[in-house]
Design a protein around this ligand. Structure first.
Ligand SMILES: Cc1cc2nc3c(=O)[nH]c(=O)nc-3n(C[C@H](O)[C@H](O)[C@H](O)COP(=O)(O)OP(=O)(O)OC[C@H]3O[C@@H](n4cnc5c(N)ncnc54)[C@H](O)[C@@H]3O)c2cc1C
Length: 469
């Protein structure tokens, strides 16, 4: 049984760890982006070194006080918010954001957990390298949490998820010991890989304090196209055709449904949509090439042959940086438009690529059997990852459909799992999906997960209630 983080415990931390910032939690630590979870009023400690994190964890372990690791607070599954039980100590990584070292010749850098993705992009850019992990929240979202949830984003197709970009981690375990795993090696087969155990554990097995990350050469040239496609199946044919003809150059391949463009027109009319009408399906394709290869030529050759096969029916290729940005603004404003409209239920799903078209075609009719709602499907098509969100019809509110939400989510997740997909592609389990994990998780996997949690955190102080309820 855990004890609450009360004034006495906060006072002990302050007295025993000189220089530790500790104060009552401001509202920003207690809310998450969609307003689904409201945290318990408590205290926030913001250590400025790994040793300080270790001392905080040791004291919390001795006092049986829960620890809530906190990054930028942009997580979408409530993993950074404790809503019930004894108040935990919020452990914010905001003061640990140093770039410890950059090794351009190795294509690696070492960074503290609290650095934002945008800060790491800048550091890589200064060394003429690319750190490819990228998503709309990158100005606030941190790397420690990005690893903790194994985040994905826009460039997974070419460069992989957070896990694929991490060579080593430093972390504080539940008993306060420091795991010194900051290796910069691409090959290191020396027993169990603790790094990969911590990545994706959502702060339930350790606090990541620093990471060794791999960088990529910066593409010298970019080509970006916004294309109207005949449907998701044709979009996938197009993706394969580009990869076959031009090699591994596609960094983003984002699908958007007409509903998403309708939402933009409704709530953000100033965001310029590329077509006069809102096509039923569009894709945003981005390729990055070396100086010697002309990306516009690749895109226009692909465009012409895709027009002939009927995969593409209309399209634009960006001819300037401003146009490229305008294309991306459309894709990146869709989540905000979704929030403004107000979802009945949201789903971060992935499917084997060949199952995707049938899923997208068959689901709307089945959903209509439960409620008269609108579906906005969009996302990282090349990775098989879609945000499949359900909204009220125009003029109605999400609250009116609240009672239908559980049935809608069950229908969608049942079908995803039946087709061999995942009910959480890139956002994690957090607090939101513990029920789904218990329902759909492989029993052997669940029992291994419980055994690992018990072995590494026997008193359950790290992120209580997250992942395993
Ligand atoms: C507009 C928007 C767009 C987004 N787009 C994407 C996207 O395309 N792809 C994607 O994957 N996600 C996306 N997200 C979700 C979110 O930004 C990511 O999950 C991100 O990695 C969370 O980072 P954060 O620093 O805000 O973490 P937080 O929300 O603070 O924490 C996330 C989780 O990590 C744990 N944690 C935090 N720091 C540590 C640490 N140092 N050690 C151990 N555990 C820790 C927390 O306890 C929590 O469980 C988006 C979110 C928004 C709001």
């Amino acid at each position: 049984m855990l004890n609450p983080c009360d004034q006495d415990f906060a006072g002990r931390l302050a007295a025993e760890i000189p220089g530790l910032s500790i104060k009552p939690a401001e509202p920003r630590y207690l809310e998450e982006p969609r307003g689904k979870f409201i945290g318990l009023p408590t205290w926030v400690a913001a250590p400025s070194s790994t040793e300080m994190v270790a001392r905080v964890v040791r004291l919390a372990s001795d006092a049986s006080v829960g620890i809530q690791p906190y990054g930028g607070g942009t997580g979408l599954v409530g993993g950074q918010i404790v809503t019930e039980g004894p108040e935990p100590l919020i452990l914010s990584m905001e003061k640990m954001r140093a770039i410890r070292a950059v090794y351009p010749a190795e294509n690696t850098l070492i960074v503290e957990a609290g650095a934002t993705l945008a800060e790491i992009h800048d550091a890589a850019d200064d060394a003429n390298r690319l750190f490819p992990l990228s998503y709309a929240s990158q100005g606030t979202a941190q790397i420690g949490s990005g690893l903790a949830v194994n985040s994905g984003g826009l460039n997974v197709l070419r460069y992989g998820m957070a896990r694929d970009l991490c060579l080593g981690v430093e972390a504080v375990l539940a008993n306060g010991t420091v795991f010194n795993g900051l290796k910069r090696l691409r090959k290191d087969n020396t027993g169990y890989d603790i790094r990969h155990l911590l990545i994706g554990s959502e702060g339930t097995l350790g606090i990541i304090t620093a990471a060794a990350l791999s960088l990529a050469p910066k593409p010298a040239r970019h080509g970006t196209a916004f294309l109207e496609v005949a449907g998701p199946k044709e979009a996938l044919e197009l993706l394969n055709a580009i990869r076959e003809s031009a090699g591994d150059v596609v960094s983003a391949f984002e699908l958007m449904s007409g509903t998403g463009l309708d939402f933009l027109a409704e709530v953000f009319p100033d965001v310029r949509r590329p077509f006069r009408h809102n096509p039923e399906w569009t894709v945003l394709v981005e390729i990055g090439t070396s100086e010697a290869v002309d990306p516009e030529e690749i895109l226009s050759d692909t465009f012409e042959s895709a027009l002939e096969t009927g995969w593409v029916t209309d399209g634009l290729i960006a001819t300037s940086g401003a146009q490229r940005e305008a294309f991306w603004a459309v894709r990146e404003t869709i989540p905000q438009a979704n929030r403004a409209i107000g979802a009945v239920a949201s789903h971060d799903i992935s499917l084997p690529l060949s199952e995707l078209p049938e899923f997208l075609e068959s689901m709307p009719t089945r959903i209509a059997g439960i409620a008269d709602v609108r579906v906005n499907a969009f996302g990282h098509l090349g990775d098989g990852n879609l945000h499949y969100n359900v909204f009220p019809p125009a003029g109605r509110s999400a609250a009116e459909f609240k009672s239908a939400a559980p049935d809608l989510s069950t229908l969608i997740h049942d079908e995803v799992v039946r087709l061999g997909g995942s009910f959480s592609a890139e956002h994690g389990i957090g607090r939101l999906k513990t029920g789904e994990l218990a329902r759909y998780g492989d029993p052997a996997k669940l029992s291994v997960m419980k055994a690992i949690k018990t072995a590494l955190d026997p008193h359950g102080i790290l992120n209580p209630g997250v992942v395993l309820d």
